[in-house]
Write a protein that binds this ligand. Structure first.
Ligand SMILES: Cc1cc2nc3c(=O)[nH]c(=O)nc-3n(C[C@H](O)[C@H](O)[C@H](O)COP(=O)(O)OP(=O)(O)OC[C@H]3O[C@@H](n4cnc5c(N)ncnc54)[C@H](O)[C@@H]3O)c2cc1C
Length: 414
């Protein structure tokens, strides 16, 4: 794969950019692979990438029923932070955040990581206590966060009304090295690196069945034929329980729609990410100038990538309270994704009852931020059978009652 560099860009500028080549290869599926990953979202691609990079396992196929990055990875609001409460979560999300810092260099692909800072607003006394507790926990975990007062919040985000009539801003949980990245670029960068290692990325290839022999995975049936494999990674977010059923086990997940929307582009007015969990909305400004807005999940299980209309109204009403200047903005686009939510709002990175089958799911409303760390840890689990980062996230925790309760850190916001 040709490396991107200032020199290469200058040279191509003189050649009408005709010498770049494909970002990832298009090949028909092979008959057999050491590892098959189902789902070419960020987590699937990152898992494949670290299998190759860290363990030299490159006879890998990544199968995608739609188009690469077309699931939640290409639909999210790109917030990256690691200020979770429980130790296993903080370790995993902070690993991911730290990998984001150098991901563009690592992949030789600009993922536009922008550590502009994330504020989680406290607008009730309950939130003040909760976030102060998180700051203390983060200090012990080695995650840099800070409790800031309302005046500092206003300095960081002048367009905010901190004296709202219902929910004045009482302070915030501030993570200065949190931020955003370009979601498509994360998927494309990993895909390009996987192709470079000789892996096959096969789009429009839906897995329709999982074949087993003597309790061990033998391969998958797909819309492009049967493929044999030694190990199978199921990394399909909202469709995880559907695939698990095909493999013969159940997952404690609910699939619900989560939606987001963007406004028309306006001049730069906000250079931090703000999450307002009490009024239930969050917002940042994209590089194009659009205000990127997200809210809550639908309250019922479904598989439509849209989201209910009343959520748009609720979210915008909430945000107008905190950011009165957006009241006259027109919204340009709205979309949804199907997120896979667990009871404790923590992911599942796990072996399964079927030998050789692994699952990486349950990221719910907040898995974009975790992509590099999840891929790193999942690859270790699949290659070695154990990873310290995934040890607490096994699916057996629901049977054993060992929950990693992140409902405050992850239940609403992202
Ligand atoms: C509106 C919205 C806003 C969000 N905001 C944030 C945020 O700000 N920050 C954050 O950290 N997270 C956020 N998230 C969550 C985040 O997007 C997801 O947790 C993350 O992208 C999940 O990545 P994934 O690779 O697991 O899943 P996906 O990107 O969904 O990839 C799974 C892939 O599997 C494919 N697939 C499914 N079934 C099959 C099959 N049978 N065969 C082959 N392929 C199959 C799908 O087509 C899909 O492409 C948000 C999500 C949404 C929907």
């Amino acid at each position: 794969m040709r490396r991107f560099s200032a020199f290469a860009i200058a040279r191509e500028a003189f050649r009408n950019h005709e010498g770049w080549g494909r970002t990832w290869a298009k090949r028909p599926p092979g008959k057999r692979y050491d590892v098959v990953i189902v789902g070419a979202g960020g987590h699937g691609l990152a898992t494949a990438y670290y299998l190759g990079k860290n363990y030299g396992i490159t006879n890998v196929a990544i199968l995608e029923k739609g188009w690469l990055g077309g699931g939640n990875t290409g639909r999210n609001t790109t917030i990256i932070r690691s200020n979770y409460l429980q130790d296993p979560s903080a370790a995993l999300y902070e690993k991911a955040r730290s990998l984001y810092e150098t991901l563009s260099q690592d992949l030789n692909y600009n993922v536009m990581f922008s550590p502009r800072g994330v504020i989680m607003l406290a607008q009730t006394h309950h939130e003040v206590r909760g976030y102060k507790r998180t700051v203390h926990a983060n200090a012990l975990q080695g995650v840099t966060t800070e409790w800031i007062g309302p005046q500092r919040v206003k300095e960081l985000c002048p367009i905010m009304n901190i004296d709202g009539p219902r929910y004045p801003v009482l302070g915030g949980l501030w993570q200065a090295r949190g931020g955003t990245a370009r979601h498509d670029a994360v998927a494309w960068g990993y895909a390009r690196a996987c192709t470079d290692m000789g892996m096959d990325i096969i789009q429009k290839c839906e897995v329709t069945g999982v074949r087993t022999e003597g309790g061990r995975v033998a391969g998958v049936d797909t819309t492009q034929g049967a493929i044999d494999c030694d190990k199978l990674g199921i990394v399909v977010a909202g469709h995880s329980s559907v695939l698990a059923e095909k493999a013969g086990f159940r997952l404690p997940l609910e699939s619900v729609a989560l939606q987001a929307l963007v406004s028309e582009p306006i001049k730069p007015c906000m250079d931090v990410v703000v999450m307002a969990n009490t009024v239930h909305g969050y917002m940042s400004q994209s590089d194009k100038g659009e205000m990127v807005v997200g809210g809550g999940t639908d309250g019922f299980v479904n598989y439509t990538q849209r989201g209910s209309f009343h959520h748009i109204e609720e979210t915008l009403r909430a945000l107008v309270e905190t950011f009165p200047m957006i009241s006259r903005l027109r919204m340009l686009r709205q979309w949804g994704g199907i997120v896979d939510v667990t009871g404790d709002r923590s992911p599942i990175l796990s072996k399964t009852p079927v030998k050789g089958v692994f699952v990486n799911c349950g990221w719910g409303t907040g898995g974009f931020k975790a992509i590099p760390g999840s891929g790193f840890a999942m690859a270790e689990l699949m290659a070695k059978g154990y990873s310290p980062l995934t040890a607490e996230f096994g699916m057996e925790r629901f049977r054993e009652g060992r929950f990693i309760d992140e409902s405050v850190a992850a239940g609403v916001a992202h």
